[in-house]
Design a protein around this ligand. Structure first.
Ligand code: ADP
Ligand code: MG
Length: 311
């Protein structure tokens, strides 16, 4: 599919008043009434540089993983980066149903499963989407087979596939950004994704917080760091479907304790976020004026700044 047939993802011109303020520490003394959502960028935070592999991880369903994957991909594509998203969720394959991979008319259709079973390379399993600058590796329910057939070397399969692809492309990944949409479990595909990634981004739905779930994700990340991927770090925690509540504020304080080097980024709640997948468009295109589109745009700029900004 040629680029001219793909819809360009525009940059956003949200009014400065609607943008979130960026702070380096929380001010606990602000009275509740005058409290505003803010992006926390602690002094220990380091922005990423391309090429970068991110995994959007939280084993809880409904945390905002797929939404975060799509909107960050759209924001980085709008900034001029070459972006690939990988659907790592066999239960819903919501990413593949949202961004609709464009398969060629003839020939076999590959998916992430085929990569795990070495039926094809990662490049062969990558298809264009309708959006310029965003390609994808789709998945269906057959990705589940990875969990129960446990192909040899599965934990390392994605890391190896990415390394092989980079090598064949002359030593550098053909994508500036790869974003893996995580599964709602801490199974083999999740471990393989954490093993392949430079950085984990953790969305947590405000109001759907599950302390036990957060602790087990934290433990899994630690054990991947010790055993299969020492370079893995948690770059950002996104507090999704944010609304103004004392609870949101407590949650923000708690995650910045758990992940002291991560940016903590609120993504405001909007019904437009829930409508966008049905329209098969990123929120950025479907409702550019909606708060989540702007918030994800700011999140993308904090996590991996645009080329001009970085220069
Ligand atoms: N900022 C937001 N405002 C309102 N609804 C949201 C927001 N972010 C996500 N949602 C909705 O919450 C639900 C779960 O989000 P999703 O990204 O699918 O989570 P996950 O991939 O972790 O299961 C979806 O219906 C989605 O549209
Ligand atoms: Mg999902």
């Amino acid at each position: 599919m040629t680029d001219s047939l793909r819809t360009a993802l525009p940059s956003l011109n949200s009014p400065p008043g609607d943008r979130l303020e960026i702070v380096t520490s929380w001010n606990a003394d602000v009275p509740y009434q005058s409290w505003r959502p803010q992006i926390l960028v602690p002094p220990t935070f380091r922005p990423a540089e391309p090429p970068r592999v991110f995994v959007v991880a939280n084993q809880k369903g409904g945390a905002g993983k797929t939404t975060t994957t799509v909107e960050l991909a759209a924001a980085w594509a709008a900034a001029g980066y070459r972006v690939r998203v990988i659907d790592g969720d066999h239960q819903e394959a919501a990413l593949s149903a949202w961004l609709l991979p464009q398969y060629p008319e003839t020939g076999e259709r590959h998916s992430l499963r085929s990569v795990f079973f070495e039926d094809c390379t990662l490049t062969e399993a990558t298809y264009p989407t309708l959006f310029a600058g965003v390609d994808m590796v789709p998945s269906g329910t057959d990705l589940q087979r990875v969990e129960y057939e446990r192909p040899i070397g599965a934990e390392q399969a994605l890391a190896a596939a990415l390394a092989q692809e980079a090598e064949e492309a002359g030593g550098r990944s053909p994508y500036d950004v790869t974003l893996i949409d995580g599964a709602p479990s801490l199974g083999l595909v999740t471990v393989a994704a954490l093993t392949a990634a430079d950085e984990a981004l953790v969305p947590i739905k405000v109001g759907g917080l599950d302390m036990k779930g957060m602790a087990s994700l934290h433990r899994t990340i630690r054990s991947v760091q010790r055993k299969t991927n020492p370079k893995l770090r948690v770059g950002a925690v996104l507090l999704t479907a944010w609304d103004k509540s004392g609870f949101a504020r407590q949650l923000a304080a708690k995650v910045s304790e758990d992940y002291p080097e991560a940016a903590v980024i609120p993504i405001r709640r909007s019904i437009r976020a829930a409508e966008a997948p049905l329209a098969e468009q990123p929120i950025r295109l479907y409702a550019p004026e909606a708060a989540p589109a702007g918030d994800y745009d700011q999140a993308a700029a904090v996590i991996l700044p645009a080329k001009e900004a970085a220069a």
